[in-house]
Write a protein that binds this ligand. Sequence first.
Ligand SMILES: Nc1ncnc2c1ncn2[C@@H]1O[C@H](COP(=O)(O)OP(=O)(O)OP(=O)(O)O)[C@@H](O)[C@H]1O
Length: 658
Amino acid sequence: MTERPSTASSSHPFTQSSPSLRPNTSSGPGISVTSSSPTGSRTTPPPEPRRSSVASSASSPRPKAKDSSSTICRNITIYGYCRFQDKGCAFNHDPHSQKQQSGAGRGKFNVDSPSFTPATPPKKTISPGAADAAPFTPKQNHSTGLQHGFENMGLGENVYSPTRSRRRANKMKTTANAAMNAYDFTVGAPVNPYAQTGVDMFYQPQQTYQHPLNYHLYAPLAPYPQKLQPFQKNIHGFFLSDNLREELQKKADATLQTLPAVSSILPPSIEEYHQLVPLDTSNQKSAQVFGYPSWAYKAFSSEDGNAYALRRLEGFRLLNEADIRIVQRWRKVLSANIVTIHDAWTTTKFGDSSIVFAYDYHPLSKTLAETHFGPNPRYPNPTRQHQPTGPIVPEQVLWSYIVQVASALKVIHSAGLAARVIEPSKILLTSKMRIRLNCCGIFDVIHPETTRSQESVRECQQEDLTQLGRLMLSIACNTPSAVQYPQKSMEYIGRHYSIQLRDSIYYLYTGSTKNIDEYVKSIANQAFQNLDSALHYEDSLESALSRELENGRLVRLLCKFGFINERPEYDHDPRWSETGDRYYLKLFRDYVFHSVDENNNPVVDMAHVLSCLNKLDAGVDEKIMLVSRDSMNCFVVTYKELKRQVESCFQDLSKSRR
Ligand SMILES: Nc1ncnc2c1ncn2[C@@H]1O[C@H](COP(=O)(O)OP(=O)(O)OP(=O)(O)O)[C@@H](O)[C@H]1O
């Protein structure tokens, strides 16, 4: 049975230290701290006289400028190694000799001074362990960017202590400072937290990289929200924005939605697709666009588990099997403004002869008709005169639509095809200002004659441009009937929008624009504006992504903790989770989650939790002091050691599965 590790008894009621407590910078005598290594051995580093670099340098003989063999190589000092050591570098590569040098003392700086060495802060006291230390590497700043962020806004300033009184808390501060002074000596290579997960192949150490990569950073990426007052900042500023999170969650919810009630009406599966959910917002049959009633369903593919949108044309009979092969050409037409098609087949599973097309599914998308004309846009009152109603659609939105459809048409026409569905009900708005042409390829299957000659394809391409003009006319006037009164509609557009927009729509509508290349040139200035907005949006998404960077790792870490902490029994040992390495993990859990402040109030500070977990995840060399619940024992351990313990305990548990 594994025994609880021996602990260091202390005459002081040691308490947990705050992660924000930094080593004491005041000069003073060397410190003595009682601590315990995680292996259970009790160590009491003897007090060491504090060495002042100033004092020692005063008495040192000045090295001769030309005596390079006695001067420590600058590369050793800064990077810990020198690539030219065996290639003729004349400087000294033995870091230990530096100690002797500095021990001998140096004169004040002047042009003859040897190579620059980053000053060792006078506060440092070298611990006994330093004798075995690897070559000195400049110490990383192990505080996370996140922590800095929180500290800046005053969120991370709590004193974490399980102590029950202010006196204890003060004592803790002093003790912790002393402990940190004694142990705050960082050596060795940067820790790669991905090393055990197989991800490290992407993070091979780069010999030419001059600064050791710190793997647990949360540095905010631009664009930043405009400067906020401290009281306006809150913790949400460090995570995905609520709007974006909610949008993504709603989309996930819509994707996973199933309707058991429709299983009696719809076939349980067609080809590889199952769990059909109707997407149509009304069950009115309309053959307006394709000449056949069309229905849209969401379904899951049993081949890859993804959701797809199925488009069914009711009552369609395929006369020539070869006609459906055009879908293979459409599959290769990839554009950010086209809903990608995947497959097409005929079926009788709906009780009739239907043809079904499988497209990408874009959850919660709306058609432009639904967005701008409201529900049932296909049935405008025929007696109603053309009267644009509703708010004026911003010109920027109209240009964005034009540029996006033009971009899709450019790709389609370059592939020798024509879209043929530039209809408000067949263009999807998949997120803010983001549109995609839907149902591409359907006309080529149901009217294949138009694809057989280049001439007819060119005519269809020309028709695409005219359709774009009609589309913009109706959206700018906010009504589908605008195309029935082109003159009045153009007057309306002339009154409310710029001349460039009016002319652009006019040339499209009247067929004066000869081809897509010519048209794209005429709207180049708008295309650049659109590109700029898209890049800004990309920046903001990347910034949001960076905030979520390590969340996956932290969840995995918490899961491992969940497996280990408070486990009632393992390997016939009811005290398993309380003994051995697990004891430190228990105390660490207390330190992270169960701290109380000096008034005995629970410290519920996400900054503290995230900072601790990030450091544990990265396995940094920073020390923390863990205190037993009775405050009688304390341990000074590094996050690196804790990380190793988490891994080994988790391995123990996973072993039993094998
Ligand atoms: N690929 C898709 N991904 C997600 N939703 C889609 C997809 N295709 C269509 N939809 C949704 O399905 C609904 C119905 O689409 P549909 O194209 O049938 O529009 P409609 O107005 O009913 O036109 P029609 O009269 O031609 O059927 C719309 O709300 C649309 O957003």
